[in-house]
Design a protein around this ligand. Sequence first.
Ligand SMILES: Cc1cc2nc3c(=O)[nH]c(=O)nc-3n(C[C@H](O)[C@H](O)[C@H](O)COP(=O)(O)O)c2cc1C
Length: 170
Amino acid sequence: MPRTVLVTYGSTYGSTAELARTIGDVLREEGLLVEVRSAGLIRDLAPYGAVVLGGALYAGRWQRDARRFARRHRVALARLPLWLFSSGPLDASAAQRNLPPPPSVRRLVRRLGARGHMTFGGRLDERAEGRLARMIVKSGTGGDFRDVDAVSAWAEDVARELLPLTAPPG
Ligand SMILES: Cc1cc2nc3c(=O)[nH]c(=O)nc-3n(C[C@H](O)[C@H](O)[C@H](O)COP(=O)(O)O)c2cc1C
């Protein structure tokens, strides 16, 4: 039986969760079995045949749930087909070029043997609580820089690599 692909994320204000849902929708449309869940809710990776893990970037690191997930499940993740994504830049940079991950995420790519990593633009608006978040929005540098087409195209690439891996034998 084909194994379920877990799309999981660490997100404080919800925008990375929405990107994960978009990725999940695309993988499903491509014929994969998919579950999309917050990284803080996953206890066991045994039910899954592959993982897509994303983290919102805060001060150059992934949001805490994504970091903890990567640490707690590092042994299982290193054995599974794994893709990572980061979401953060509050400008057009991620749409203009393939941004390298910050050093902390680069280490994860290497240690976990991830098959790919992509950085997507982020979102920050007046709904975000927290002093720093409010300061950024007030200073006029917030906004929604997520590019659904770019996210979908990346998810299609992931699906193309995954489909042969999750197909039933024979
Ligand atoms: C305090 C703070 C620090 C941030 N630091 C970074 C950063 O280091 N790099 C980056 O690309 N984006 C940074 N961002 C932007 C967030 O990553 C972006 O708003 C992201 O989409 C939030 O995701 P979430 O809604 O899933 O929490 C920061 C935002 C805040 C409020």
